[in-house]
Write a new protein. Structure first.
Length: 95
């Protein structure tokens, strides 16, 4: 079970201000997540090599080749809002 002190730390680190109901829902969700990870600890992994998505492939990157792109006018032609040749969007953080 996740205690109040841990919940307070999680809430502060995440920058959340939760109601008591929201806090209890989050506590229950976190408890389920932690239980799942504890269940994963029971899986026998002795003799299993670490995961390697592409064995023997190192730095499989393509060359960066410039290609033609849209002009500024073409890029902005369907923009619902534009200002001084740029996309205009609502502020992410109100002033």
């Amino acid at each position: 079970m996740i205690d109040e002190e841990t919940m307070a730390k999680v809430e502060a680190l995440a920058g959340l201000r939760l109601t008591p109901e929201e806090r209890e829902k989050l506590r229950a969700d976190l408890a389920k997540i932690l239980a799942y990870f504890q269940k994963l600890q029971e899986v026998p992994t002795e003799g299993v090599s670490p995961f390697s998505p592409l064995p023997h492939v190192v730095n499989a990157l393509r060359e960066d080749e410039p290609k033609p792109s849209l002009s500024q006018e073409e890029a902005l032609q369907n923009a619902p809002e534009k200002e001084d040749g740029f996309f205009s969007v609502p502020p992410l953080f109100p002033a």
